[in-house]
Ligand binder design. Structure first.
Ligand code: ADP
Length: 637
C-alpha cells in the first residue's frame, strides 16, 4: 500500500506542477516581450487549456483588478469585465497574491461562474510596474482520476490548506482505518513558495481489502516460511544422504577390516593348534626315549653296581630328570598361557608330598655340601585335603630345586605348618636358603617367564626361567599367595600360603611300599616300542605279574578276542591303528577290563580323547614306580 501511495502521490505532484509551469511559461513570454505577447493571449490560453486538463479557465486581470480576458469564453463570459473589487474575499487575496512576481494559489473556492476551483494567480511585472495577473481556475479531478483508476484497490482523499476536501476517489473511509493504516503525505502545490500544504491520504478501498491483503501477506509469509523449511529439510536430507553414504563406506571398510581380523584370528588359531600339535608330538618324541632312560636307571638302581657305576647312574638319573622337568615346564607354560589349565581334585596330604620332594632334593644338596634342615615338629598327624596333587608338587619342587640350585654353601631350611580353619586347611611353606640371593630391584622380574638373572655366556646355573612364572600362576590359580625376601649374597626366603578343602584322614597316607601279589591278573601291554614294553613288564614283575605283550593294534585285538584281560596298558601313538581306535573296538567287546592309556603325549586334548574312547585312566610316560604302584592299588586293592 505504501509503495502504491508513494507512486500516486508523486504522479499527482507532477500533474500539479506541470499545470502551474504552463501558466508560468505564458507569464514569461508576456514579460519577456514587454507585453507584446498579450496579442496571442487567446490562442496561447486555448493551447494551454487543451494541453493541461486541470486548467478549467484562464483570465487576464489587469492592474486595476478588472478581468479583461477569459478563455474559454462561453462558459465564463459572465466574468468578463468583472471588477473583482466587487468580490471582496477574492480581491483581498488577489491584492495579496500580486505583491511579488511569485505564483500563488488560493484554497478550494466557489467560483462566480459556479462550481469550485483553485485560483492560481501569476503576477506580471514588466516596464518596472505591475501589469496584472494571469489567473487560472484549476480542478485536478480528471487528471487525478486517470491515475487513481489504475489503483482500484485503494482510495484517495486530498484536502486543501484549510481542510476542504477537493478530491476523493473510491469513496475513502478514513474512519475505518487506524492512523498507521493510512499513507499520509503533505503536498506543497507551488514549488519554492510557502503556501499552506495540502493533505494527501491514501488507504485501502475497504477494511476487507486490508484484511484480505493482510491475509495474503500472512499466506505469503507462511509460503516463504514453508519454502524456507522445505529448503532446510532438503538441505538436511542431502546432508544426511551424504553422511549415510560416508557411513556406508566406513561400514564397508569396517567389514573388510573385520574379515581381515577374522582371517588373522583363524590363522592365529590354526597356528596355535599347530603349535599344540607340535608340542604334543615333541613331548611324545622326547618323553618316550627319556622315559626309557629313567626307567632303565630305576631298574639298574636295584642291581649290584660298583661305586663309580652308581655315581654314573645317579648322574644319568639327574640329567634325565632335569630334561624331563624342562619338557614338562614348556608344556605347562603352554597350557597356562592358553588358559586350559584345570585343577584336578584328588585326596592327598600336602605335608607328605612336601616330605617326598625334600627327600628327592636333599641328596643332591648334600653332594654340594649343603644341609637341608626341616622344621616339621608341629606336624604330628598330617592332614588330608582335596586338591591338585601334581600342581602342589610342582610348586614345592620349584622352590626347593631353586634353593638347591642357587646355594653353593651353608644350608637350606624348610619350614612347614598347617592350620585348620573353618573346615579348611591352611598351609604355610617357607624355603630359606643361604645362596646367591637376588638384587632387590630385580625381585619382581624373577616371576616373569623366561626371566633369569644369570644369563648369557657367563650363565652358571641351569634352567629355563619358567619355574617361578609357573609357580606364581599355579599358586594364584589355587587362591594362594607367594612372596620372596632376599639380599644379594646372603640368601633368599620364598614363602607360599595355600588353602585347601580339608577331608577326613583314612590312614592311607602311610606309604604302603609293599608290593602285593597280583599274579592272578591277566595283563596285556600294547606298545610299539619294545624297550617300553620291557620296562613296564619289569616294574609289573614286582607284583608278580607276567604280562602278555603286543606291538600293534591288530595283534592286540586278536589277543583280546581269545582271552579276557583284567588290565590293559595301551600306548596311544602307534603305526596302523592308534590306541584310541583300539580302545573303542575293545569297549564294544568287553566293558570290564581296566584300560590305562599310556603315552608320552600329555596334552589335555590327548587325555580327554583317551577317556572319551573308553580308557579308565591315563598315565604319562615315563611312568614312575610310585605312580604305577598307586594305580595298581587303586584298581586292584
Ligand atoms: P630357572 O630356575 O629355571 O632359571 P625360575 O623361574 O625358577 O627359572 O627362576 C627365575 C630366576 O630367579 C632364576 O634364574 C634366578 O636368577 C632367580 N632365582 C630363583 N630362585 C632363586 C633363589 N633361591 N636364589 C637366588 N635366585 C633365585
Amino acid at each position: 500500500m505504501e509503495i502504491a501511495g508513494i507512486l500516486t502521490y508523486q504522479d499527482f505532484k507532477k500533474i500539479i506542477s506541470h499545470n502551474i509551469i504552463s501558466l508560468e511559461d505564458m507569464r514569461d513570454r508576456i514579460v519577456e516581450s514587454n507585453g507584446k505577447f498579450k496579442t496571442y493571449l487567446k490562442s496561447d490560453t486555448e493551447r494551454i487549456i487543451k494541453q493541461n486538463q486541470s486548467i478549467k479557465f484562464i483570465e487576464y486581470i489587469d492592474s486595476t483588478g478588472v478581468i479583461n480576458f477569459v478563455a474559454p469564453y462561453y462558459p465564463n463570459r459572465e466574468v468578463l469585465n468583472l471588477d473583482i473589487k466587487s468580490v471582496g474575499y477574492r480581491y483581498q487575496s488577489w491584492i495579496e497574491n500580486s505583491k511579488d512576481t511569485l505564483v500563488n494559489i488560493t484554497s478550494w473556492v466557489n467560483l462566480t461562474q459556479h462550481g469550485k476551483a483553485f485560483l492560481v494567480d501569476v503576477p506580471i511585472y514588466y516596464n518596472s510596474s505591475f501589469q496584472g495577473t494571469i489567473s487560472a481556475g484549476m480542478d485536478f479531478k480528471s487528471q487525478f482520476d486517470n491515475i487513481s483508476s489504475k489503483q482500484n484497490l485503494f482510495s484517495v482523499l486530498i484536502k486543501d490548506d484549510v481542510g476542504n476536501i477537493f478530491y476523493s476517489y473510491n469513496n475513502p473511509k478514513t474512519e475505518d482505518f487506524k492512523t498507521d493504516q493510512i499513507f499520509t503525505q503533505r503536498i506543497n502545490p507551488i514549488v519554492g513558495r510557502t503556501v499552506g500544504d495540502w493533505k494527501f491520504e491514501f488507504m485501502f478501498y475497504s477494511n476487507q481489502e486490508l484484511r484480505a491483503t493482510t491475509l495474503q501477506n500472512y499466506i505469503l509469509a507462511l509460503g516463504i516460511f514453508l519454502s524456507f523449511l522445505i529448503g532446510l529439510l532438503a538441505y538436511f536430507f542431502l546432508l544426511a544422504k551424504r553422511q549415510s553414504h560416508r557411513y556406508k563406506l566406513m561400514n564397508q571398510k569396517l567389514q573388510m577390516l573385520n574379515e581381515e581380523i577374522e582371517k588373522e584370528r583363524r590363522r592365529a588359531e590354526d597356528a596355535s593348534v599347530a603349535k599344540t600339535q607340535f608340542l604334543s608330538n615333541m613331548s611324545h618324541e622326547i618323553r618316550t626315549p627319556l622315559s626309557a632312560i629313567l626307567s632303565i636307571s630305576e631298574i639298574l638302581e636295584g642291581k649290584q653296581l660298583s661305586t663309580s657305576e652308581k655315581e654314573f647312574l645317579k648322574l644319568m638319573q639327574n640329567s634325565s630328570r632335569i630334561l624331563l622337568n624342562l619338557v614338562n615346564n614348556i608344556l605347562h607354560i603352554d597350557k597356562i598361557e592358553s588358559g586350559t589349565v584345570e585343577l584336578s581334585k584328588e585326596v592327598f596330604s600336602p605335608f607328605i608330598t612336601l616330605q617326598r620332594i625334600v627327600d628327592i632334593y636333599a641328596p643332591t644338596a648334600k653332594i654340594k655340601g649343603i644341609e637341608v634342615k626341616t622344621n616339621f615338629a608341629s606336624i604330628i598327624n598330617p592332614k588330608n585335603v582335596l586338591g591338585d596333587v601334581s600342581r602342589t608338587e610342582q610348586i614345592f619342587t620349584n622352590l626347593i630345586s631353586n634353593a638347591t640350585k642357587f646355594t653353593e654353601e651353608g644350608s637350606i631350611e624348610v619350614f612347614y605348618e598347617e592350620k585348620l580353619q573353618n573346615g579348611r586347611l591352611k598351609i604355610n611353606l617357607k624355603v630359606a636358603d643361604s645362596g646367591i640371593g637376588i638384587d632387590p630391584s630385580k625381585i619382581d622380574a624373577i616371576f616373569e617367564r623366561f626371566k633369569q638373572l644369570d644369563f648369557g655366556i657367563t650363565k652358571k646355573h641351569q634352567g629355563s626361567g619358567l619355574g617361578l612364572a609357573i609357580t606364581k600362576t599355579l599358586v594364584e590359580l589355587m587362591g594362594g599367595k607367594i612372596g620372596v625376601q632376599s639380599k644379594e649374597g646372603e640368601g633368599s626366603t620364598f614363602t607360599v600360603s595355600l588353602d585347601f578343602h580339608k577331608v577326613k584322614n583314612r590312614g592311607e597316607n602311610k606309604k604302603l611300599r609293599q608290593y602285593r601279589n597280583l599274579s592272578h591278573l591277566n595283563v596285556l601291554i600294547v606298545d610299539d616300542n619294545l624297550l617300553n614294553q620291557k620296562i613296564l613288564a619289569k616294574i609289573l614283575s614286582k607284583n608278580q605279574i607276567s604280562p602278555d605283550l603286543s606291538s600293534d593294534g591288530d595283534d592286540a585285538l586278536l589277543k583280546c578276542a581269545s582271552r579276557h584281560y583284567d588290565l590293559i596298558f595301551m600306548d596311544v601313538h602307534m603305526p596302523g591303528k592308534d590306541g584310541f581306535e583300539i580302545v573303542q573296538h575293545l569297549r564294544k567287546i568287553d566293558n570290564t577290563s581296566v584300560i590305562l592309556g599310556f603315552s608320552a603325549d600329555v596334552t589335555k586334548e590327548a587325555i580327554e580323547r583317551g577317556i572319551k574312547a573308553g580308557m579308565n585312566d591315563y598315565l604319562t610316560k615315563p611312568v614312575e614306580q610310585e605312580t604305577l604302584f598307586n594305580i595298581m592299588n587303586k584298581y586292584f586293592s
